[in-house]
Design a protein around this ligand. Structure first.
Ligand code: DX5
Ligand code: ZN
Length: 219
């Protein structure tokens, strides 16, 4: 399975998103990660449905929507209409996870489930087969620029083993605190879809930063 780097636009220039999207496209990025936060599931507010719609108008890249909201079912249909390519919900925010996953997939888009750092990967045991993506949060969700939690290495590795044993084909996505120093290790442990926020937009040298990540991964 090929590796994906998905920049999180939470760290992009909020006053000039279009400019940053163009830079990402020119840097061979094919998927952007959009963090939707409701100020409830997480103590922060970010990106709404109209912004996803506006982004869809200016790019053909995959829009990878990470829903950090309570009761995500309320928004799914409108987010799909807005142009999402993949929706990832939090296991902790869903009362009926199977129903939510199958609902997302019924629209023909990809579905993922995110796990907070302390949530057991085995909670997904009976839905692995349905998933396009398992998102392992490597920080507590809500903010960019936090430090990677080293204990999550074991969780990434466990997920890789589960995937191998069960021959599942979900992407193993990691999100939070990924930088030039730890990206190789998370990939070696099994991550296949790497969300990177602050380290992509760091110092506003976006093209160089992406090139450095691609070089590290031999992409
Ligand atoms: C955090 C978000 C992340 C965030 C990652 O809750 O889900 O997508 O933007 O940012 P960095 O890479 O700076 O940790
Ligand atoms: Zn995210």
């Amino acid at each position: 399975m090929s590796l994906i780097i998905a920049p999180s636009i939470l760290s992009a220039d909020a006053c000039n998103l279009e400019k940053d999207i163009c830079i990402l496209e020119k840097s061979s990025i094919t998927s952007i990660h959009i963090d939707v936060m409701d100020g409830n599931f997480v103590p922060n507010i970010a990106f709404g449905i109209d912004q996803i719609k506006a982004l869809r108008k200016i790019t053909n890249m995959e829009l990878d929507v990470h829903l950090m909201v309570n009761d995500p079912d309320r928004y799914i249909e409108r987010i799909i209409e807005a142009g999402a390519s993949c929706i990832t919900v939090h296991e902790e925010a869903c009362d009926h996870l199977y129903k939510t996953i199958t609902f997302i997939k019924s629209f023909g888009i990809k579905a993922g489930v995110a796990l907070n750092p302390a949530t057991n990967i085995d909670n997904l045991k009976y839905v692995y087969k349905l998933l396009n993506k398992v998102l392992i949060m490597t920080v507590e969700p809500g903010f960019g620029g936090q430090k990677f939690i080293p204990l999550m290495k074991e969780k990434i590795n466990d997920t890789r083993q589960i995937k191998q044993l069960g021959k599942y084909d979900f992407q193993i996505q990691v999100d939070g605190g990924i930088d030039f120093d730890n990206i190789m290790e998370v990939v070696a442990l099994g991550a296949t879809d790497i969300v990177i926020g602050s380290s992509v937009f760091k110092d506003r040298t976006i093209e160089n930063n992406i090139k450095k990540f691609y070089d590290l991964l031999d992409l």
